[in-house]
Design a protein around this ligand. Structure first.
Ligand code: GYE
Length: 335
């Protein structure tokens, strides 16, 4: 007990030291003079990917609501799925001397320069949701998010386990079309890799076409329309998120086919609209990806700003849903 409180006291002192160091740099007129209580507000700059999907909307709400509840001053920007916009936002957060920068990198590569600028300015960076592909892991404090390879594996495993029901036209092969997420993004790369690594064990399953729908409903619909006119005998759609799967449903219906029966659908995310389609039988299986990262992100931010050691990788826990499980889970679904 005593040991614990000593450690806590030491951590607090450390925190106070690094906070005041931060507040006093540049002697800028910041509001850190709150008397002896030392309650300095943490300022976080957050560079969001965009508003491309139901997942993203839930993620943004979780971050904004938690920041407000925790008294963290959040500067928020929406990059509209463009890396250059995210880089601009990060540079402006550096200029504003925020205490911590958090962002969800739209694509994996091309971040080293701007992250070095943050490092030189002594502003810690937290990656949330998506990771970067960089040799230098000193450029960020921690990465909080899902294991996308595992999500792809879960999708592939369900397909392998149910392969006999998936050969809708009974021609002896399961023909899959894939709706990929944003090209170059971690979830698109990893969900494809995980899926392929598992379906490789079954010779009857083949991916006959694959194209990006940019994680949007409209993108999924358009790509599916193309697939329906160019490919014969599609049995299964594997969509890297619910929104693209929901777009595919519209395209399938427009062809006079029944989604979930004539063409089976597997997606990732498990947001409300996806879960509703699953419960209604229009989607067949969803791998969950949890967008409610706000509470863990704000905890990590406080620790990082206080100079405490944090895990370099924090993985969120997730499950999967069949149609029956979706019916049960839907009434309590938060997002
Ligand atoms: O699956 C998708 C969103 O990065 C996990 O991005 C996130 C993905 C999510 O657009 O819906």
């Amino acid at each position: 007990m005593l040991r614990k409180s000593l450690i806590a006291a030491a951590a607090m002192t450390l925190g106070a030291a690094s906070l005041s160091a931060c507040g006093s740099s540049d002697s800028g007129g910041d509001s850190g003079s709150g008397g002896s209580g030392g309650d300095e507000t943490i300022t976080m700059g957050f560079a969001q990917v965009g508003a491309e999907s139901g997942w993203r909307t839930a993620n943004t709400t979780s971050i904004q609501d938690t920041a407000e509840a925790e008294g963290i001053d959040l500067k928020f920007s929406d990059a509209q799925q463009k890396q250059e916009n995210q880089i601009k936002a990060i540079r402006s957060y550096i200029q504003q001397k925020v205490d911590v920068i958090a962002f969800s990198p739209v694509v994996e590569t091309g971040w080293d320069t701007v992250l070095q600028e943050a490092k030189r300015a002594n502003i810690p960076v937290i990656l949330t949701d998506r990771s970067v592909d960089s040799e230098d892991d000193s450029l960020y404090a921690t990465f909080l998010g899902s294991d996308f390879v595992e999500e792809g594996e879960k999708a592939g495993q369900w397909l392998v386990d149910n392969a006999s029901d998936m050969d809708v036209d009974g021609d002896g092969s399961v023909k899959v079309v894939q709706l990929e997420g944003t090209t170059g993004s971690a979830p698109a790369i990893d969900r494809e890799e995980g899926f392929n690594s598992v379906i490789g064990s079954d010779d009857a399953i083949e991916v006959i076409a694959s194209q990006t729908g940019d994680f949007t409903r409209d993108g999924g619909k358009k790509v599916m329309e193309t697939f329906l006119s160019s490919e014969d005998g599609i049995d299964v759609v594997y969509a890297h998120n619910d929104d693209m799967g929901l777009g595919a449903i519209e395209a399938i219906k427009a062809e006079g086919l029944t989604p979930g029966e004539d063409i089976k659908i597997i997606t990732v995310d498990a947001v409300k609209d996806g879960m509703t389609a699953l419960a209604n039988g229009e989607i067949n299986f969803i791998v969950e990806c949890n967008p409610l990262l706000g509470p863990q992100l704000m905890d990590l931010a406080k620790q990082v700003v206080a100079g405490e050691e944090v895990e370099k990788r924090v993985v969120t826990e997730e499950t999967t849903f069949t149609q029956e499980q979706a019916k049960e889970a839907l009434p309590d679904r938060q997002y």
